[in-house]
Ligand binder design. Sequence first.
Ligand SMILES: Nc1ncnc2c1ncn2[C@@H]1O[C@H](COP(=O)(O)OP(=O)(O)OP(=O)(O)O)[C@@H](O)[C@H]1O
Ligand SMILES: [Mg+2]
Length: 346
Amino acid sequence: MANSVALGLYITICCVAFIMSKIIVSFLLYKRWARKRRIIEDTFTDGKVVMFRSPTSRSLTSKAFMKKTMKLSNKDIIGSGGYGTVYRLRIDETTAFAVKRLNKGNTDRDRGFERELDAMSDIKHRNIVTLHGYYIGAQFNLLIYELMPNGGLDALLHGNIPLSWSLRCKIAVGAARGLSYLHHDCIPHIIHRDIKPSNILLDQNMEARVSDFGLATLMEPDQSQVTTIVAGTFGYLAPEYFDTGRAATKGDVYSFGVVLLELLTGKRPTDESFIEEGKKLVTWVKEVIEEKREEHAIDRSLVSVPVEKVRKMFAIAGNCLESDPSRRPTMAAVLKMLEQINQTNL
Ligand SMILES: Nc1ncnc2c1ncn2[C@@H]1O[C@H](COP(=O)(O)OP(=O)(O)OP(=O)(O)O)[C@@H](O)[C@H]1O
Ligand SMILES: [Mg+2]
């Protein structure tokens, strides 16, 4: 009798110990997994730094990062936009980041900002700028991006050195691939809402990288409208956006069409040749295509490009710029069409 009680006790203890060990191991594995994703998560008196795991950020400590960040000055500014100022942050000879400083909003929005950024840390694509981490502070927030050595398409396209046709095609394909990934392949799908040349950056191989994705979805609808207009992106917004105020992937397709037109003509959508006599961009493109005037509308530095290629590219831009969103192609379809033109460039 005493033996069977002892045996029962022994079995119970073994079972409890077994279950406990499983719980402890699971807990430790979870902690290791959580740590793996965020290599640095440090709270300072006035804020918190989170860096995602990547080869660039592996050797970085949060203190070193914050120390360098606090020393940023006007001479480090790369540019500024509707939401904040972008700085070049050099850590050492081989490591540098682009840091975007955003002014603080309300607490709810900042929490949403943090959640959304965690989701973005999973996005790794060759045509999308990598987000390495962020800082949430009392006075301001920071977004820590990969530094793009060749800057934005806006500066490049409207700079002194003309871009070749093949480079313009390569940039169009790259940007379309990045956007198509955001729309169709990543979960949850992302609507960019602010596609324009300054948000298409160029890496060391002149490969296009879409940046600032998803940020607009974090903004309050009324605020995002105000900010976009102030930032001067008026010419890139789809017409239905003004009626409904709602964002959809086809709105990004329209904005991409404007970028294509800018690549073709070398002119910004606010250029007077588009708006003369109160013409809308869509009307202008349709007229150019119908009257087969593409070779006169093209950027002067591209006059030697075979007219057939120019016409095909204009036709794609025209498709993207349809006033009825349901008649516009998806980004996946746009990518396919652009890749076909690009293949004939080789
Ligand atoms: N990761 C980066 N590497 C290099 N340059 C960058 C990077 N991110 C932004 N820039 C450049 O910094 C400038 C300012 O960018 P920012 O995104 O703040 O403004 P914007 O794109 O002009 O307008 P918006 O605020 O509407 O996006 C742009 O010229 C942009 O091309
Ligand atoms: Mg931008």
